[in-house]
Design a protein. Structure first.
Length: 430
């Protein structure tokens, strides 16, 4: 089996990022592979998000409709699902395509969705998902290639981002958004940032129980001075257009300036003895930071997003019948009477069953007839690049079902494999 790097090995992108010329010229194979893996990670997270948004609630609404398309609740769910964990190694093919799998604990996702929708967890039926939870996790697979025209600056951001975080990768995620849509998303993010900053500052304690809100509210002059201060805060850099379609804007204030403004407002307001200048001065100790920053987020309105184009394969020629098939294969294994720990016994049986299912799946794939009547097995025997791609492809088989059989004495695993990717890389050199 060929070595396929995991997403955490994206440090290879950083090794020679300074060698990247403008555009794609001069990029090493390792850098290109790293960028393709990141694009696949983005695609996997976006697919998982769309899967959750499509869940139908008992009311008949989808999660997307219940949250409100483009609403702050939808944005909160999207940001939450950025934390979906990359599992297993990335799969990289000779045609430059990378595939990545991500997963998130199903119960945690359900709790988040229920909270954002204002519903009980039992009202979020996972059985309506296209991919049901396996081993307690929701999973999705994504694929990607090196995006065209990636600049040195973008490549540097990707390389420096923590492996489990989605970096800004513009234009990834924004290809279908109009220029006006990008402006509207950034504007919504900026509004959210100022609103968030106002709420954050109002909640700061100035005394034992007194807050900035106690100092500001109830006086028109104090409110006006506070609001003018918040609106005067500069945006920290240009909007970040994130690959999940969310624009981010950061607003920040130095704590020293905040203290000076609050003292000024206190002189306008003339509050009681509990809100003292000494209490305001202690903010620098209480906050334990030289600045306060708030990130606002916004999305483009639905009408600013162009419909996705119908995907084509290999120039758009007609696919052979087998290329659209999805194969399934089952494997079973008995639990061992010699393993006393029940959980360990089930785990070992499930692994054995999966190995057998994969072997059965491989036999099905081997017999597929490619162009000019050559079977997959025959092509793999004489084409080492195709053989490595085939090994990578078989690794992409997903668990469709994993369950106990025969009153708990055996375990069954069913694997599923879409053949479109096989068709695509079989066309190499064809």
């Amino acid at each position: 089996m060929m070595h396929r790097p995991t997403v955490p090995t994206l440090a290879v992108v950083a090794l020679a990022v300074t060698a990247c010329a403008a555009g794609d010229t001069g990029r090493t194979p390792e850098q290109a592979e790293g960028l393709a893996i990141r694009m696949a990670q983005v695609d996997a997270v976006n697919r998982l998000t769309e899967m959750v948004l499509a869940v139908e609630l008992p009311s008949g609404d989808t999660v997307r409709k219940a949250l409100g398309p483009g609403s702050r609740n939808e944005i909160a769910l999207r940001v939450f699902l950025r934390s979906a964990r990359v599992v297993g190694p990335a799969r990289v093919y000779s045609d430059g395509v990378a595939e990545v799998d991500v997963q998130a604990p199903a119960d945690v996702v359900v709790a988040k969705v229920a909270d954002l929708c204002g519903r009980a967890a039992g009202e979020v039926p996972l059985e309506s998902l296209r991919l049901r939870p396996i081993d307690g996790n929701l999973s999705a697979s994504g694929r990607g290639r090196v995006p065209k025209g990636v600049s040195e600056e973008v490549a540097g951001r990707i390389a420096s981002a923590p492996p489990d975080e989605l970096p800004e990768m513009f234009p990834a995620g924004w290809n279908r958004v109009t220029a006006a849509g990008r402006v509207l998303a950034a504007r919504a993010a900026r509004v959210a940032a100022y609103e968030g900053m106002s709420a954050r500052l109002r909640g700061i304690l100035l005394g034992r129980t007194e807050t900035v809100a106690d100092l500001v509210e109830g006086s028109a002059a104090a409110e006006a001075a506070f609001n003018a201060y918040v609106r005067s805060l500069p945006v920290a850099g240009p909007p970040r257009l994130m690959p999940d379609g969310i624009a981010e804007v950061e607003v920040a204030t130095p704590v020293a300036r905040l203290i000076a403004v609050l003292k000024s407002i206190r002189r306008i307001r003339r509050p009681g003895p509990r809100l003292t200048e000494e209490g305001i001065d202690r903010l620098s100790v209480r906050i334990k930071s030289e600045r306060i920053a708030v990130t606002g987020r916004g999305m483009p309105p639905p009408e600013a997003i162009r419909p996705s184009a119908t995907p084509t394969v290999a120039g758009g020629e007609a696919l052979p019948d087998w290329a659209t098939d999805v194969l399934e294969a089952a494997g079973t294994a008995d639990l061992s009477p010699d393993v006393p720990d029940a959980r360990q016994n089930r785990l070992l049986a499930a692994r054995s069953a999966k190995v057998r299912a994969l072997a059965a799946l491989e036999r099905q794939v081997d017999g597929i007839a490619l162009d000019e009547g050559t079977t997959v097995r025959e092509r793999a025997a004489k084409d080492p690049v195709f053989r490595r791609d085939l090994e990578t492809f078989l690794d992409s088989a997903r668990t469709a079902r994993s369950r106990s059989l025969r009153d708990g004495r055996a375990w069954e695993v069913v694997l599923r494999l879409s053949l479109l990717r096989l068709y695509e890389f079989s066309r190499r050199g064809g």
